[in-house]
Design a binder for this molecule. Structure first.
Ligand SMILES: Nc1ncnc2c1ncn2[C@@H]1O[C@H](COP(=O)(O)OP(=O)(O)OP(=O)(O)O)[C@@H](O)[C@H]1O
Length: 274
């Protein structure tokens, strides 16, 4: 597996980002979903994208996946300006996306799901080679899947997420976008998926992970980027204080959020966009 960063800079100069967004805006009619967003992501880096409901996270990921076109701004990928005109262009350039619904085919087995879509089997591998490739990929990810011939309908939430991530790695992307990979998972399955994210990072990929769960974000992210009302409202180290994060996400400081929560007799810590 080639590490992108080392190849880019054999003399050891400053690391170039694999992805650079400059001044990205997106309007849906009168709604400004994103305004002038700048963002860099490096190879081997996990960037957590956090923000309240409607902050623009999904819109940003959909622009990178080629689903939406930005209204203005530029995207550079691998140091070159790119136009992500549709999903297959984004995938072909090396940007893979795992959407929240995972887009798995319930009745098909793990191998068939990993190779779902003709563009993922360009070499027209036969069944045995496909099974071997799927096994190798899952082993590299230390995935806990009992059998690649299981229909995905019989797998746990964490295992299904694993299959979807393995499928996205088949095309050897340089950047992977994960849309709330731990949503609705229990403690053990969340830990399994976060381990998987670590292993994807270790392969030298850049990772953008949308999450509403600050514990997950702190566990795995190298950097936390906060979107608020469609703008980049600050970038934080994973050990940033809750107060700083809550302030950036909601615009209110944590104490005033807690006071409001107490008045409602809430027993949980402030919810961040959930
Ligand atoms: N296809 C669309 N048409 C019109 N408005 C849209 C569309 N997609 C998103 N929006 C609007 O853009 C804004 C940002 O939405 P987006 O889904 O990107 O936020 P988000 O941060 O992903 O929120 P959530 O955490 O709830 O998923 C919202 O005001 C939303 O209503």
């Amino acid at each position: 597996m080639t590490m992108i960063s080392d190849v880019d800079h054999p003399e050891g100069g400053p690391r170039k980002p694999v992805l650079s967004l400059r001044g990205i805006s997106k309007h849906f009619g009168a709604v400004s979903a994103l305004t002038n967003v700048d963002l860099d992501v490096h190879a081997g880096e996990v960037v957590a994208l956090v923000g309240d409901n409607g902050a623009g996270k999904s819109t940003l990921v959909k622009i990178l996946a080629g689903v939406h076109q930005p209204s203005s701004g530029t995207i550079a990928f691998g140091g070159e300006p790119v136009v992500l005109s549709d999903p297959s262009t984004a995938l072909g350039l090396g940007i893979a996306t795992v959407f929240q619904d995972l887009a798995l085919c319930e009745n098909l087995d793990v191998v068939a799901n990993i190779f779902l879509g003709r563009e993922l089997n360009p070499m027209r591998l036969d069944e045995v080679s496909m099974e071997l490739r799927a096994w190798t990929l899952l082993n590299e990810l230390s995935a806990r899947i009992p059998s690649v011939r299981e229909p995905v309908a019989s797998l746990s939430g964490g295992q299904r997420q694993t299959v979807a991530i393995a499928r996205s790695l088949l095309t050897e992307p340089k950047l992977i976008l994960l849309d709330e990979p731990t949503a609705a998972l229990g403690v053990a399955q969340t830990a399994e998926v976060l381990d998987l994210v670590e292993r994807v990072r270790a392969r030298g990929l850049g990772v953008i992970m949308i999450s509403h769960n600050m514990e997950d974000v702190r566990a795995v992210a190298d950097r936390i980027v906060v979107l608020r009302l469609g703008r980049n409202n600050g970038e934080f180290e994973p050990d940033a204080s809750n107060q700083d994060l809550v302030t950036a996400i909601t615009g209110a400081d944590e104490n005033s959020v807690s006071r409001r929560a107490n008045r409602r007799h809430a027993h949980q810590s402030p919810e961040l966009g959930r």
